[in-house]
Structure formats: structure tokens, C-alpha cells
Ligand binder design. Sequence first.
Ligand code: NOJ
Length: 765
Amino acid sequence: MNLKIIKISTFVLPLILLSMFITNLKLDSKNHPMNDSITQKVDSLLQIMTIEEKVGQMNLYNGFWDATGPVPEGGDAKTKYDHLRKGWVGGMLNVRGVKNVRGVQKIAVEETRLGIPLIIGFDVIHGYKTISPIPLAESASWDLEAIENSARIAATEASAAGINWTFAPMVDISRDPRWGRVMEGAGEDPFLGSKIAIARVKGFQGEDLSQPNTIAACAKHFAAYGFVESGREYNTVDMSNVKLFNTVLPPFKAAAENGVRTFMNSFNDLNGIPVSGSKFLQRDILKDKWNFNGFVVSDWASINEIIYWGHAKNKKEAAFIASTAGSDMDMEGHVYVQELAELVKAGQIDEAIIDEAAGRILRVKFELGLFDNPYKYCNEEREKSIIGQASHHEAALDIAKKSIVLLKNENNILPLKKEGQKIALIGPLANDKNSPLGSWRLASEDNSAVSILEGMEAYTKNELSYAKGIELFKGQATFRNQVEINKGDRQGIEEALNIAKDSDVVVMVLGEHGFQSGEARSRTELNLPGLQQELLEAIYHVNKNIVLVLQNGRPLAIEWAAEHIPAIIEGWQLGSETGNAIAQVLYGDYNPSGKLPMTFPRNVGQIPIYYNYNNTGRATNREGNVFWSHYIDKENSPLYPFGHGLSYTTFKYSDLKVDTSNYGKNIKVEISVDITNSGKRKGKEVAQLYIRDKVASIVRPIKELKGFELVELDTNQTITVSFSLTANELGFYNNDGNYIIEPGDFDVFVGGSSVTEIKSEFTLK
Ligand code: NOJ
């Protein structure tokens, strides 16, 4: 232990050694001996800490700039410095850059009694300075290796800037694109979401957390934040245990089982309990059932918000509720630091609660190696040479291309020709260098993305003309402000019409600005904001040869475009390399391979809409009358289903085989299918495996994703893709939260999207 305990006095040291010997005999809740050396170090340290110092570990302060939420009372810099010096701060967020991190770390290590280092957190969500696609976009790649690598690079850059903890991955499943934060997650499906959660945790944390280029990850927001009522940010959540356990919790469980070191709770309530105060989630499920031994941080001031929810009278009560419920660290809420020590002294909270929480936080600090070297992330040379290096941009370009989804390509209008085509590029986002950076890009430089205009110019010898057409909004969009949409200024439309008339093909870049999705960006409409639809239709009237490139952070309801526009590319917000990635797809240097991780609705009224819904008793129109589950003004089907995505080639599925010859307990069902590249180009396909449990004690979805394989095929090549399923993968959670496996008949489907009809069946005995 290379910390200042040694400095404290030689008198204390024998006591620590003695206590280490005693703690060696401790058992955990499952009666496993907890004799690893970190446990001993943590317990020894706790024994010499005052109650204020222990509570201090549970206190996370925002730095002195970059507030990513409302600044609470007592949040002034003077108080924070004072608390730092007293050893009443366990970590800081939004302090970045070696110089700044070293500054606060130095206070913690050199000026406090025990010299316990700070943990330094930051929202490293889709890159640090080199920005990768928004997480929803990356999820569309279904390429777990590329996703892991993207998180690896983010960790490498962030750790070089002094950061050792990221508030990612967000693993919230959501079926509601009105909720702006869907951009930060992996979409609607718990199976895909779990695989991506694991990839991201591995990417951030690497093999060894004590290395200087790995950082602790954080599975957030625990739990059910993606189901806020009516998609409105920070709203209430009411849901059954069946939905909670089968749909919401699997990615969190996967993250916990794969070693994620921290969890963050959320702003919503769950069935009447604000989740920062939910013992059910934090203690019963996370810490007891799943045996999680890292720590839980609150979301920004979410412990204070227990008061605003009307679940606690004052800060004292909020501190009591949250800490006893298992929220270990208070993010910028100032509640624990103000209330907890007194509550313990008054005998109202058992000190063991504080020891447990502080102990969990200290454990992660030991794992990070902060006690061996608190300045290990503070190397100026590394900071200068690593951040933004060329190989990081290459990787960002690689995953950006893989994230693009070709939604529609009538008459093979795409790819564009590299020569001999006159192209008009039109739209408010076509030459935007800021918007493609997406929402969480706090450490990147503004206007640093390659715009689509720049990308296209670099890739073509064609005659390329450009017109913005309209402004998307008035003024400047930032992370914190509300943008005012332009609804009246049409000045640029005429110029756009002129270049469109005079071109062979029009590429239009429309959608949402990077700051129109993300936290606090819920929408009630999912159309193209502002005058964009009007611009699109105006251009269509003079030239129908349009390729629409969407740039957005959530599924949009673009029914008119889907019907009229011959080619549509879902280009999301793809980060620093956006323009290069889009240009490579437009010109066919990269054959698109992405598949939607979230359903696109026809209109807002269909929401929530998702592929794995329950059948209902009146799912089909059996009698030809009106009495079945449908709308009178719109189809039930989505505009684009989960798993959908085209390629410049075509794939045929055949010969689906299900082998249950050996089937029994612990014996796998073997499933295989042949896939042929029946088109004229090499291409990648995501083969998706779905099941349906036909009869069960709890109604099961009409399809559930249970496997996928990303394969690459040459023209005319056929390969056999195999999947296997154990009985354990065929079960589900009941309303008591127990996992049950029921024998019976299953349908099995394989194909290139969730609407595949290629089907076979088997029986689980
Ligand atoms: C609030 C967000 O909900 C959370 O995801 C984020 O990590 C924190 N603010 C810190 O910025």
C-alpha cells in the first residue's frame, strides 16, 4: 500500500497489519471466503478512517466547469476545495486534461490526512476527442469486435487525459424513439443489448484495470430509464416484473457478470420508488442476487430528487433512503456529505452501511492501481502523443462505415458513379462539421468532423454542386441549450432547386442536429424537424432521383420519404469521420452492412413499437370484421423493422436445418442455414436467429432474437452458418423474478431481419 497511511505514523501501521490478519477470515454473503488482498487493504483502511472520511469517499463532485446537469446549492468552488482538502471528496467528474486532474489529485493525495486518491469520472460515451458514431449507430453494425475496439480507443484517449472512470456504457433498452437518449443505447433488444454491453465493458476495462490505458466502466441507468412514460425525459416508470426481468435487466446482468466495476442509478421512479432509493434494485437484485462487488453511483443529484419526487421530506431523509437502499456514491448532490455523518452519529444509520459503501469505492480505486500511483493517468507526454492519433481516426472511420444502414435502394440508384454524374448535394446538415459529432462529445473540438460535403469532394471526380437550402434552426446549438427551430426562413430554397434541376442525382442530407437527441431531448413528433420535409418535397418536384442521407440520433417517422424517395441511407451521427464514411458508401467503396437495432415507426401513434411484442388474443383479422387488434388509420407494421438493412448485393437463405436428435437436458439444439451471395458484389450479412416459445405459462413474444452471425461472402459463394441453443437459453423470468424453463414447442426463424419467415421448429422435452 503505497499511500500516505505510511506517512500517518509508524504507530498506526502495526494496527493495520493486525486488522488485515483479522479480516482475512471474513465471508461474503454467499459464504465465499473474502481473503483477497484488496479486501484486506480496504478493510484495514476503513479501520483508520473517521466517519467523515468514509462519507467523503461517497461524495462525487463536479469539477469547476462543464456542468452536465443543474448546479445544486452548495456547489460553489470554495466549498468544493475546502471539502477536497478535508478528505471529504471521493471522486470528481468533468475534470479533464492531465494538468487539471493532477491539480485536484495533488490536493487529495498531498493535503488530506490519509492521502486517498480521487477517482476521476467523465462521460466518455462515444469517444473522447476522436469521436466515434453515437452508440445507437455503432449498435447497427452488430460487429462486436469493432464496438469493443471503439470503446478501447475511447478508454485509451480518456486515460491519457487523466480520466480513469467512464459513465458508459448506457445499457438502457428502449422502445420509444421519442426519448432522446435512445441515441446513447443499443436499441430495443435485450439479447443484442447484452452482447453490446459486454463488448463495451471489455473495451473500456480491457483485461487488466490496473493498466494506465484502461478505465472503469459504468452500466447505466439502473434501471428502466428507457421506459419513461410517453418518452418524456426524467418521467415516471410503471412496469411489471415480467418486463423488468426479461427486457430491462438482461444487459445490466450481462455487464455485472462480465466484471463491470460500477453501476449508475437513474432519474426515474420504478413503480412508485425513485430508483436512487430502490432497495429492490440496488440491494436485492444487484448486490445480493447478482453478487456485484463494485459500487453504485447516483445520477446527477438524483438523491436530492427523491425529495422532489415526494418520497423524502428533506435531505436527511433522502440521504437515509438512498444509502440504505444501496446507492454508494452521491453525484453532485451534496446530500451525503452534508447529512450522513450526523445520521450515523445520531444512531439513525448503522455505520456498517457507510463502511460497505466506502469499501466498495475504495476497492475499485485499489483495482485501478490508484494507491500504487495516483498520477498514473497524468503523463503529459502520453496525453500529447496519444489523443487524436491517426490510428484512432482510422478505427473511427471503420466503425462509422459499419454503422450505416441502407434502408432502401430502388432500381439500384446506389452506389453513385465515380465519374460522369452531375451531383447536387443539398440540405442543412450536408456541410455541417459539428452536428455529426453527436451529443456526448464534451472533449472533442467543435466543428471537427469531416462533413459530408468534404467527404464527397474527396471521393469523386464528378461535378458536385452544393446548396444548404434552409437553416435547421436559429442561433447555435450546444449541449445545454434548447434550439429554436427555423420555421419561416425559406431564402435558400430557390438556389437548391436550381442546382437540383440541373443534376443527374440529388443527395439530400436531412435529419436531426447532434444536439436534437440525447439527454433532455424528448420529442413528440418524429418527422424531419423544421422546414426539411418542405425542402425535400420541393426538390422532389424538380428531380426525383434523390438519395436521402439521414443524419439523426433516433428512429424517425419518414413515411412520405420511404414511399417516394428511391434511396435512403440511415447515416446517424457518425462522429469525426462522418463525411468519409458516408462518401465511401455512396460511391460503393464500402458495401453497407448495418442492420437496424431499433424499429422505425410509420408515425408517432404507433409508439411503442418493437419486434418482440406479445401476440394478443386478436392478433389477426380472423373474421373479416373490425374486432381485432389494429388501428383504423394505419397498418400495425412498422416502416422499417428491427434487424432490417440492405446491401449492394443480395443474400438468399436456404436449407434451414434443426437437429434435435440428441436433444435433452444440457444438450444443444443445433441449427444451420445456408446463405448465398446471389448478387454482384462481395458483401456482409448479419444472419439473425429468432425463436418463439409457442405455449408458456406467461405469454411469450412472437419472436425473440437468440443469436446472430456477421458473415462476409464473395459473389456466388454459399456458406453454412450454424447456431446452437441450450435449454437454458430458452427460458424466461416469471413475475417473481425467477428464471424458468418450460418444455414445449418452439418455432425457430433465421434470416436477414426480424420479419423473416424462414422457419422450422423443435420441441424441448
Ligand atoms: C446525467 C446523465 O443522466 C448521466 O448519464 C451522466 O453520466 C451524468 N449526467 C454525468 O454527466
